[in-house]
Every structure is written in C-alpha cells, then in structure tokens.
Design a protein around this ligand. Structure first.
Ligand SMILES: C[S@@+](CC[C@H](N)C(=O)[O-])C[C@H]1O[C@@H](n2cnc3c(N)ncnc32)[C@H](O)[C@@H]1O
Length: 194
C-alpha cells in the first residue's frame, strides 16, 4: 500500500506511550495516526483495546475522531492462543476511560459475543489472533465499515504463517484487496463502494 506520505511526515510530537506498551512499534502507531488523519476518521472501533495504548495515541493525535469504541474481554477469558493469555488486561481501557469520546464494550467472550458493529470509518482488529477470531472479526468489519473507510489488522507479518496471515491470505484468495503495510505488522483494506 502506498501510504499518504504527507500524512506520515506530519510534524507529530513524540507519541504518548505508557511503559508497558509492548504491542506496537512507534512506527506502527505513527502509520495508524497518519492513515486515520488521511481519511479524517470520525468513528473508530478497536477490537482488542487492551489498556488503551493505541486508543490513547489515536485520540491524542487524530482530532477528527468523534467516538472511539474499544472492545475487549472480561477478566478470566481463556484466549484461543495460549501465548496471548498474558495480554488480557486487569482493567480494560484504563488509559482512556476518562476520555469522553471513548466507550468500552467488555464482553465475556469479547467480539465472539457480537454479531454486528455500528457503522464506522475504521475498524482495527487486534484481539484474539486465532484463525476463527480473525475470521469472525474480519466479517464484522466487512459489514460495518463505510465505503472509503479502513479495515486494519495487526499481527500480519507475511514471513510467518501465523493465523492472521493464513486467514487474510484466504480472504485475498477470495478477492479481497488486503495489503501489507511495509515495515510493519499491519495489513489494510480500503472498503470499496458497494
Ligand atoms: C495485542 S493486545 C491488544 C493491544 C492493543 N490493540 C494496543 O495496540 O494497545 C490483544 C487484546 O485482545 C484482547 N482479546 C483477546 N480475545 C479477544 C476477543 N475475543 N475479543 C476482543 N478482545 C479480545 C485481549 O484481552 C487483549 O487486550
């Protein structure tokens, strides 16, 4: 994907980052800011919001955002992939709970408890990285992102055949225009007009 370089060159101050943010690189966060800035995103959903590291950065640096919905699981949830168990936060969204544009949806089985999401400009998929969850979350996003909006996935790193890669390759095989963003673990699709 050719990123909007003008946006990537945005003169951003150092991004806010909590000490325990081990989930994305600074460059990945800048790319996300740039992309949301580029489409003037107003409405954003993040599946797998964790403490809200990403939400904090995007709410701080993308002034067009009107609401940001973070989705996560209840404590005690057993993740599909055991390596992800330590990612389940004690207090989901605590870095942004005071922010008036932020809403948290905490569900026993996370996004698995949802059959639809509100219409929005962006869905960022970064929850359970097992194949069935990635597929489920992608279908939720395909239905709710408005034409011209963005679907973004994290943990997509083509040299590895992890479940995110395998699942997104299947979607590509079925004709979806999902692309890797160079030098990141992000994949993107711009929602087409129906
Ligand atoms: C990699 S962390 C997310 C990091 C966050 N996106 C960020 O950039 O700051 C994965 C999160 O997904 C959550 N999660 C796991 N399974 C989920 C599910 N089925 N639905 C929603 N969230 C889920 C975990 O509790 C954890 O908070």
């Amino acid at each position: 994907v050719s990123l909007p370089h003008a946006a990537l060159d945005l003169d951003l101050p150092a991004l806010s980052k909590a000490d325990d943010d081990r989930f994305m690189t600074e460059y990945e966060r800048r790319v996300l800011v740039a992309l949301l800035y580029w489409i003037k995103a107003k409405t954003v959903i993040e599946i797998g919001v964790q403490r809200g590291h990403c939400a904090r950065v995007l709410l701080d640096h993308v002034p067009t955002i009107r609401w940001y919905l973070g989705i996560d699981v209840e404590p005690g949830y057993k993740t599909g992939l055991s390596v992800q168990q330590t990612e389940v936060p004690d207090v989901a969204g605590d870095l942004v709970l005071q922010e008036r544009r932020f809403r948290l949806k905490k569900l026993r089985h996370g996004s698995f408890d949802l059959t639809e999401l509100p219409s929005c400009d962006v869905v960022l998929i970064d929850g359970d990285h097992g194949a069935s969850a990635v597929s489920h979350d992608s279908h939720l996003a395909f239905k709710c992102v408005r034409p011209g909006g963005l679907i973004l996935w994290h943990d997509y790193w083509p040299p590895f055949a992890n479940d995110v890669v395998v699942t997104l390759e299947k979607f590509r095989g079925a004709g979806r225009d999902i692309q890797h963003i160079a030098d990141t673990w992000l994949a993107i699709e711009v929602q087409k007009a129906i």
